[in-house]
Design a protein around this ligand. Structure first.
Ligand code: ZN
Length: 264
């Protein structure tokens, strides 16, 4: 078990490193291929300088070449991904789960994909106020396909599950599309439609989808009121919705059933 936890953690760290690199390169319209380098002086990183989290500690948060500060986004993003990637192992807390069973493997892949997508949206939207199609759409498609394979493993329920999943995606998109039309594109971006689709494919049922949206708006309003109160933001300034949606989706993903059972 310890070996599994460490392996999953290391895979998570590596994907976290890849994610940070992807954020930088997509935002700056650089090619995704090629070795990692310092964004300030373009000095290519050796493998010792490119180990997730450890290099940051070892280099004391500065580039070895130009001594410019390395953003905290790097180690924190990597660490969060490392921790999230361990979470599918919680399945083993309930009896009757076998490692290497197709269900388990599909579940791990689905969860990893959605963690990657959500953390990417969180960082990217917070930093650049954009939702990048190049990551979000492949993530949606991949989760959709993984779920269809999972459904097809228990044949009898394939059609109703397929129906619910498609309906949830449609509802997720429609919710934001309506807002987009009503506000005429002010306050909501087309990128949020994709997050709606992502929430739909993650939950596959409208109850959880609604809960995620309600929580996002609740948290978003509270944070905005807080920011206005401490005068960090003016009343009309723009706050990206994506990070709040991600937080709402995460809370619903882990505690949604608990919240719904408790409330109803
Ligand atoms: Zn440098």
């Amino acid at each position: 078990m310890a070996v599994l936890i460490i392996t999953f953690f290391v895979i998570g760290l590596s994907f976290g490193s890849f994610l940070n690199c992807l954020v930088y390169r997509l935002a700056n319209k650089k090619t995704i291929l090629g070795r990692s380098y310092c964004p300030h002086c373009k000095h290519q990183l050796s493998w010792q300088e490119n180990i997730p989290v450890f290099s940051f500690i070892f280099l004391k948060g500065r580039c070895r070449h130009c001594h410019k500060k390395i953003s905290w986004q790097y180690p924190i993003g990597e660490l969060i991904m490392g921790i999230l990637f361990i979470l599918p192992l919680r399945e083993f807390l309930s009896p009757g789960v076998f490692l290497f069973s197709p269900f388990f493997i599909l579940n791990v892949l689905t969860e990893w994909t959605l963690y990657f997508g959500l953390i990417f949206i969180f960082i990217f939207d917070l930093k650049y106020m954009l939702v990048s199609d190049k990551v979000v759409i492949p993530v949606i498609v991949l989760i959709f396909v993984l779920k269809l394979i999972t459904f097809s493993l228990n044949h009898q329920e394939f059609l109703p599950q397929f129906f619910h999943l498609s309906l949830a995606i449609l509802l997720g998109v429609l919710f934001f599309a309506l807002q987009y039309l009503i506000t005429r594109g002010k306050g909501i971006g087309l990128g949020d439609l994709r997050i709606g689709a992502l929430a739909g494919v993650i939950f596959g049922q409208w109850q959880m989808l609604c809960l995620a949206i309600i929580l996002s708006y609740l948290i978003g309003s509270l944070v905005c009121l807080g920011l206005i109160a401490v005068k960090q933001k003016k009343f009309k300034s723009y706050v990206p919705l994506g990070p709040f949606l991600v937080v709402g989706i995460f809370i619903t993903y882990f505690f949604g059933e608990m919240i719904i059972n408790w409330y109803f």
